[in-house]
Design a protein around this ligand. Structure first.
Ligand code: FES
Length: 72
């Protein structure tokens, strides 16, 4: 039996402390309105206050938002 090699994932998701969710690597984004985008990287809002959903626009910095992990 031939040994199978597993490929490592090419997409990385990072929870930025006190900020966005950063995705780096090829991925497909399915918007709520039906649009589909293929992207290489993006930062997604976790605070819920962005003016450009679902992306982070750095509003979290101006409103003093704290992520749950920063509150413990
Ligand atoms: S996390 Fe950056 S605007 Fe919400």
């Amino acid at each position: 039996m031939e040994e199978q090699q597993q490929e490592l994932p090419t997409t990385t998701v990072t929870v930025n402390k006190g900020g966005s969710l950063r995705v780096i690597g090829p991925f497909t984004l399915h918007h709520a309105d039906g649009r589909i985008e293929v992207k290489e990287k993006a930062s997604f809002c976790r605070c819920g206050q962005t003016k450009n959903p679902p992306f982070c626009d750095s509003t979290h910095k101006t409103i003093g938002w704290e992520a749950e992990e920063a509150q413990s």
